[in-house]
Design a protein around this ligand. Structure first.
Ligand code: SF4
Length: 356
């Protein structure tokens, strides 16, 4: 089924019992904390313009930015009731919420179900105990497993949020988190490499020299690994990296960390470079002009930033030239190499996935 078009409504910190070490929702969401008013909701919906004709994707209103099921039941009910008219009018098809894994119980799930919530996104962030503890998440790995079990039993679509580069995390523990996520089989994953935001406990640790964020290249490497592993497990990765807000662009708000709006493209470019390298290693292409066929929508990832991939492949394999044909009919993720009468076809999930 097509991915839904999401209308996000942010409820910064609402329902949160404590503050996670890295969290500054004002910078991450660009919204000031406070209860949602009817007037603000109407403004958001007017701006979202509802369902547009050429876009046949289902539409979901999403309550993000806090712990939805951690709020008082009356507040959850108030918010869910506020959006019911849009469901009845057919402007939206269903609802989604984000919450913590330790705030999910049967009564709450029934309340969500009765009001049209279809998807629940759980902030897991890591599936390694020590990383959760050092990140002051206040929940355990077992809480995530129980939450997924409950959600599945009640028939919800399940999303999991993960972070790379949290305090105490390493390549090995991040790979463990990804392995465990593959076993859990959520429908979707969002992955955010950790950024050091102003006015957080993580900023203090960073200033004291007790926390080092991932470099951009390491964040890309870990994202690439996660993308391939999760895709191989049939799990859709619906976002890599936080959506850039105007607050993030204010100097000093992002103190450190791999801040880039292009993380996914950078990870995909690395995947295409590895695919093409593997294919070129299988043919004698030196001194020849080779041709690649791929989906039109993968073209820019294949070329890489400023055509870096083309320059790398030309140099590494001593090519005379590279011809590229992007077709609208060619399936995404596949790459065909033609060289001197030989054809090598590869799908991205055919690449080895290691993180060492
Ligand atoms: S639960 Fe989410 S919104 Fe609440 S403090 Fe932690 S990261 Fe921030």
């Amino acid at each position: 089924m097509a991915a839904p078009r999401i209308i996000p409504i942010f409820l910064p910190y609402q329902g949160c019992r404590q503050r996670c070490i890295y969290c500054n929702e004002r910078i991450a969401t660009g919204v000031a904390p406070g209860a949602l008013s009817e007037e603000t909701l109407q403004k958001i919906m007017a701006l979202s313009s509802g369902r547009s004709k050429p876009d046949r994707r289902p539409v979901q209103i999403a309550f993000y930015g806090g712990t939805f099921t951690g709020m008082a039941a009356e507040e959850q009910t108030r918010l869910l009731r506020m959006v019911q008219p849009f469901l009845r009018e057919g402007r939206v098809d269903s609802l989604r919420i984000s919450t913590r894994p330790d705030e999910i119980d049967e009564d709450n799930l029934d309340l969500l179900r009765r009001h049209g919530v279809k998807t629940v996104e759980i902030g897991a962030q890591s599936l390694v105990e020590d990383v959760l503890r050092r990140s002051r998440r206040g929940h355990t790995v077992e809480d995530v497993l129980s939450a997924v079990k409950r959600l599945r039993r009640k028939g919800f679509e399940i999303g999991i949020h993960l972070m790379a580069g949290l305090p105490g995390d390493s390549r090995q523990s991040f790979a463990t988190t990804i392995d465990r996520t593959c076993i859990l089989q959520p429908d979707t994953v969002r992955l955010h490499p950790t950024l050091v935001f102003k006015d957080t406990a993580l900023e203090t640790l960073y200033n004291e020299g007790r926390y080092s964020p991932l470099s951009l290249s390491e964040a890309v490497r870990q994202s690439r690994y996660a993308l391939l592993r999760l895709e191989k497990a049939g799990i859709a990765v619906i976002r890599i990296g936080l959506q850039t807000t105007p607050e993030m662009e204010i100097p000093g708000n992002v103190v450190a960390g791999p801040f880039s709006p292009a993380l996914r493209s950078l990870a995909n470019a690395g995947i295409f470079r590895d695919m093409a390298s593997l294919q070129l290693s299988a043919v004698a292409a030196e001194g020849r002009t080779v041709a690649f066929l791929l989906s039109q929508r993968d073209l820019s990832d294949f070329r890489g930033k400023k055509n870096e991939n083309l320059a790398f492949l030309t140099e590494r394999f001593g090519l005379q030239g590279i011809r590229i044909a992007g077709s609208p009919d060619y399936p995404r993720g596949w790459l065909t190499l033609r060289s001197d009468g030989r054809t090598v076809v590869l799908h991205r999930t055919g690449l080895l996935t290691t993180l060492s």
